[in-house]
Ligand binder design. Structure first.
Ligand SMILES: C[S@@+](CC[C@H](N)C(=O)[O-])C[C@H]1O[C@@H](n2cnc3c(N)ncnc32)[C@H](O)[C@@H]1O
Length: 239
């Protein structure tokens, strides 16, 4: 992977894409200090898989949105993405166009919040590496840049309990959707609104349909966007 990047001067460097901090959590701890300071003990892989199995119907659905509020370096999000991509392969494996777009949609439906900046970088790199391998990409591929942009929006450096970013702003998440024919849609919602929305739904069907869309409004809506638009957004954000 690194050689490909070095051979192509148009490519982004590995450090820019954070792939150099690619890590797989083979241990449940990084240091005693981090456990004391941040309660950083990673869930063992067998337990993650068992927990995802409990919600298998959702976990295996490409467009089911998964948020891990203290995501570490992606212990839950990594297998969740693997499951989505397995579903992409079954449903869209025969069409390269659809396979690429639904693989990106899989990444779009993965969300995380994390306090520690090194864990954020590792988490994004781990998720990118999975897409990279699944689609056999090189790092100049537009879809790789598009996915980098999506992850820069979806994996948030912040405090999940306070629902605020490290800059003290309310956390917002992009609700991505695939419209077909290469177009994606995006609407942004505040996390505190989304949690109220979930509680609203839990009240039952009778109330769930009662002007829900009037009450839970996005903070921003965007025109349909393509992979090219998203790749450009990444390059713009980077500069
Ligand atoms: C116990 S580890 C769990 C990581 C991963 N969820 C897992 O199960 O392997 C806790 C992680 O949550 C992060 N964390 C702790 N409190 C947090 C908070 N209020 N908001 C966001 N992340 C938090 C820590 O930095 C650490 O990376």
């Amino acid at each position: 992977m690194k050689n490909n990047q070095e051979n192509n001067s148009a490519n982004l460097s590995a450090s820019e894409l954070n792939l150099n901090c690619l890590t797989t959590t083979t241990s449940q701890i990084k240091s005693k200090q981090r456990i004391a300071d941040h309660g950083e003990v990673f869930t063992p892989p067998w337990l993650v898989e068992a927990m995802l199995d409990i919600v298998q119907g959702e976990a295996d659905r490409i467009d089911a949105r998964i948020l891990e509020p203290a995501c570490g370096n992606g212990n839950f999000l990594i297998p969740a993405l693997h499951r989505k991509l397995a579903a992409v392969d079954i449903k869209y494996g025969k069409s390269d166009f659809e396979r690429r777009h639904y693989a990106l949609l899989s990444v779009m439906c993965i969300y995380g919040i994390e306090l520690l900046v090194d864990n954020i970088s590792e988490c994004k790199a781990n998720l990118l590496a999975i897409l990279f391998e699944y689609l056999n990409l090189d790092s100049a591929d537009e879809i790789f840049l598009a996915a980098s942009y999506v992850l820069s929006e979806n994996i948030v450096h912040g405090d999940a309990l306070k629902m605020c970013t490290t800059e003290g702003k309310p956390i917002t998440f992009a609700e991505w959707g695939y419209l077909g024919k290469g177009k994606f849609q995006r609407r942004d919602f505040r996390l505190d609104t989304l949690t109220q929305s979930a509680a609203w739904n839990a009240k039952g069907d009778m109330f769930a349909t009662l002007n829900r869309n009037d009450i839970f409004q996005p903070v921003e809506s965007y025109p349909p966007i393509t992979i090219t638009n998203l790749a450009k957004s990444y390059l713009g954000k980077r500069n």
